[in-house]
Structures are given as C-alpha cells and as structure tokens.
Ligand binder design. Structure first.
Ligand code: NAD
Length: 488
C-alpha cells in the first residue's frame, strides 16, 4: 500500500532490555536521495538517566560473570550479526551513504570481528606479580570493571566504531550506555534487536539515540558514568573534556586527522598509486585515517601526478546501492557544502584542481539528483599554510605537493596540529625506519594502508587524541587496576 511504501522507519531507545519510545524525534536523511526516511529519538537527560539506572542495576551480575561466560555471549552476538550481514550492510549503506560494497566488505564484517576479537582476547590477559624476598612480600595486580561506560561514536563508520567500544567494554564486565551519531543510528538499533537472543542480560547494553548537545552531553555530565570513550572531532572532544572535568572522568578520545602520505622516488608506484587513491577516497574520504596530504619527491612528482589523477578518475561515483560504484554520497548537505568550500578556497589561493569537483561532470541517476555526491578531487600546488593542508576536510579531497629531502618532508608532514596516521612509500628499509620513527603519528603504515592488527595500540598523537584502543589498551582503559601486597 501507499502508506507502507512511504512509512518512515521510527527508532526507539533500548533501555533495560526493552525498546522504549521517546517523547520527541529528529529526522534522519538518506544521503543518496536527500529524503527524510527515518525518525530518531531526540533523547535528553531523562532518557539518559533511565539508561544509566538500567546499566547500574545490571552491573553486579554482569561484572561477576566469568570472562568465559561473557566471551560466549559476545561470540553468539557476533554470529547473529554475521547471519544478518546483508541486512546490516544494506541499512548502513542507506543510512550513511557509503557504497554497499564497502558496507559489505568493511563495516559489518569488522563489527562482527570486533565482538569475536574481544571475546577471545578477554580470555588471555594476565595480571602482574612481583616478589620482594628481602621484605618477605609479594605484590600482584588485580583488574576489575569500572562500572557504567559511556560510549559516543561518530557517523562515518557507524556500527564498526560503536562495536569497537561496546565489545571491549562489556567483555571486561562493564555495562554500557551508548550514543551513536544522530545521523547514523539505524544499525545500532538493529543490533539491539539481537541482544536478548545472544544472551546479553537486560541493562548490560543500553542505547540512547539523539544529538550530541542533548543526549551526548547528558551522558558526559552524568555523575554515575565514570568513563567516556569517544570517537569524533577534536572540537567535540574539547567540549567533552571541559564538561566531564568536574567529575574527573576517565576519557579515551579518538579524534580527527590530517594524514600525510610520503612518497619517495624509489617507491613502487604500481603499488603506491592505487593504494594512495584508496587511502584518499575510500568511504568518500570519510575515514579518520584517510590520506589528505600527499608529499611526492620532486623527481617523480609529475609522473606521479599524471598516474594518480588517471587512477582517481577511474573511481565511479553514484548510487551507493549499485555495487559497481566506488564512491557513494557524503553524510549530509551541510557536510557536502563544507567539503566543497575547501575546494573553492584552494582555487582562490591559486591551487590547481586536477580532477573532480568543478572540473569533471557528475552524472547521477534520476533518483539520486538530490543526493550529496561529490567526485574524488585532486588538488595540486597547495601551500602548506593553506587551510586545505592544515584542517581536516573529511571528504573525497586530497592535496598533492612536491618535496626535495627527507629532512624537509618530515618537518612538513609534522607541521599540522594532528597526528593520527601516516603512510610512507619507499624501497629503502633504512629510510623507512628513520622516517617512521620521526613522524608524529599514532600509526605509520609503510608501503601499505589500513592493514590492522587489532592487538596493537590504535589512536592519535597531538590533536588526534588521548589514549589508545586495542587488545591490551582497551582492557586497561575499561578496567581499574589495584596493587595488592601480601606479607608472609
Ligand atoms: P562529532 O564530534 O561531531 O560527533 C561525534 C559524536 O559525538 C556524535 O555521536 C555526536 O552526536 C556526539 N557529540 C557531539 N557533540 C557532543 C557533545 N557536546 N557532548 C557529547 N557528545 C557530543 O564527529 P562526527 O562529525 O560525527 O565524526 C567525524 C569526526 O570523527 C572526524 O573528525 C573524524 O576524524 C573523527 N573520527 C575519528 C576516528 C578515530 O578513531 N580517531 C574514527 C572515526 C572518526
């Protein structure tokens, strides 16, 4: 019926194991059509209060379960999400604008893996023990869950990043109140539907939907939420730090980047060029780890530029549900406008736009004319001081510039406020180690990009964040440690 085909998807908060409606709602858009298709609870203090209470009530039982029991539940949840992988991928693509291929191969498989990874890693931690025979003492550490964890996640990799927080938090025995981005709430809501079947007791995972200003801040300011794990922008992190300061909360902050790729003249360009196109434009450039400043050694600069632009032009932009497309829609109209403005500013400063925005035609199917699309855009001859080389753009825009020496490029790569991820391309092992060592960056990929071992620390330096996530790091963040001394 008509009513059916035009009916909006209406989400509800998930509190204490039950879906509960909210008194007011906000609109959520389908980025590839520009239509409102979903209504998201506009939660505030009241809803957060109820969720924190449910989480507190669930804590004693959940925290006293053995790691093995929790591990089995996490694995079950992973299986259930995997069973519905296609439905989750379709929903993520529709809600976020990302291509169905990306959602199928990256977002949802990684969400499944996050649960399996922490289900396993929680079984393998050991605490420390030292002996002090001269004092007749031994010391050991014990780790216990902290309590109710507040988890706040962004819109670019919705379920992927939310589960990267939920999984370690509950594996360690905490209970959680999560607040996904108001722009991408659907897959979190879908996951809530699977919790009971997985055996997650009511109140262990609560999800409160809504804006950062209302729901997010209520969570950050709640006195009974002792830790906040946040992924999002540096600006929001500053606000969260201020707001949580009166309570001395434990914070993990995973923030923005302005990630350099450094390409030396001995790099294997046949590997480097397609990978750097991918690192610049994957997920519409909406990944905190995306490359947005490409430094190319002068001797290969013009060849690189020619081949890089040719490769970038091969990327097809359009309807995200078409699996032959490589680039989908940006998250919102406002964000598209912001990203486009950076290209205009670069042009006004005298930079050259080599392909994409304003240069090449963008042909969209009739149903996508009002979507938030933009072609992969390559800009050359941008000055290091330009806002395009200093600020996080978070869209399909990358700047290519030339450099001469190793010393010079290290200084220039480090010359931004951020320090999240860098890539280095060279065939010279000594140089790779030297440069990697000196880059101010939480992650350095050499001759590759986005190859992750979840065991190892993930996170940024400088304005890119505080704290790290990973097997050991997340375990340490989500537990309290105590040192106990025994005299015999
Ligand atoms: P954002 O900071 O605007 O929002 C992130 C989350 O915080 C959302 O859920 C939002 O509702 C909430 N929020 C906003 N204001 C808040 C407040 N005052 N109090 C509490 N919560 C609040 O970020 P975004 O635009 O959703 O995401 C893009 C940013 O995230 C980029 O800067 C990107 O680099 C960064 N990011 C970082 C990583 C990482 O791991 N380092 C990963 C992905 C994205």
């Amino acid at each position: 019926t008509m009513a059916h085909s035009t009916a909006l998807l209406v989400l509800e908060n998930f509190i204490g194991g039950k879906f509960v409606p909210c008194s007011s709602y906000i609109d959520s858009y389908n980025p590839s059509t520009g239509d409102v298709y979903c209504r998201v609870p506009d939660s505030g203090k009241e809803e957060v209060e109820a969720a924190v209470k449910a989480a507190k009530d669930a804590f004693p039982i959940w925290s006293s379960k053995s790691p093995l029991e929790r591990s089995q539940i996490l694995n079950k949840l992973a299986d259930l999400i995997e069973h519905d992988l296609e439905a989750f991928a379709q929903a993520e693509s529709k809600d976020q604008g990302k291509t169905i291929t990306f959602a199928r191969t990256v977002d949802i498989p990684r969400a499944v893996h996050n649960f399996r990874f922490f289900a396993s890693s929680i079984l393998h931690h050991v605490t420390e023990c030292t002996e002090m025979p001269s004092m007749g003492c031994m010391h050991y550490t014990s780790r216990t869950p902290v309590g109710v964890a507040g988890l706040i996640s962004p819109w670019n990799l919705p379920l992927y990043l939310l589960t990267w927080k939920i999984a370690p938090a509950i594996a360690c025995g905490n209970t959680v109140v999560a607040k996904p981005s108001e722009m991408t709430s659907v897959t979190a809501w879908m996951m809530c539907k699977l919790l009971e079947k997985a055996g997650v007791p009511p109140g262990v995972v609560n999800v409160v939907f809504g804006t950062g200003a209302k729901a997010g801040e209520a969570l950050v300011c709640h006195p009974e939420v002792p830790l906040i794990s946040f992924t999002g922008s540096t600006l929001t992190a500053q606000r969260i730090t201020e707001k949580s300061a009166p309570h001395c909360k434990r914070l993990s902050l995973e923030l923005g980047g302005k990630n350099p790729a450094i390409i030396f003249d001995d790099a294997d360009l046949s590997q480097c060029i397609p990978t750097t196109v991918r690192s610049s434009f994957a997920n519409q450039g909406e990944i905190c780890l995306c490359t947005s400043r490409i430094f190319v050694q002068r001797g290969i600069y013009s060849e690189f530029l020619k081949r890089f632009v040719a490769e970038a032009k091969k990327w097809k932009t359009g309807n995200p549900s078409d699996p032959t497309n490589d680039v989908g829609a940006l998250i919102s109209k406002e964000h598209l406008e912001k990203v486009r403005n950076y290209v205009k500013k670069a042009q006004a400063e005298g930079a050259r736009v080599l392909c994409g925005e304003g240069v090449d035609p963008l042909a969209l199917p009739p149903g996508n004319q009002k979507g938030y699309f933009m072609l992969p855009t390559v800009i050359a001859e941008v000055k290091d001081e330009s806002c395009c080389m200093q600020e996080e753009i978070f869209g399909p825009v990358t700047c290519v510039v030339a450099f001469d020496t190793e010393e010079e490029v290290i200084q220039r790569a480090n010359g931004v406020k951020y320090g999240l991820a860098a890539t280095v391309w060279s065939g010279n092992v000594g140089r790779i180690h030297r440069v990697a060592h000196r880059l101010q960056s939480g992650l350095v990929w050499t001759n590759c990009w986005l190859v992750r071992d979840l065991n190892l620390p993930f996170g940024g330096m400088k304005a890119s964040g505080i704290g790290r996530e990973g097997a050991k790091d997340s375990y340490e963040f989500f537990t309290e440690v105590k040192t106990i001394t025994i005299k015999h």
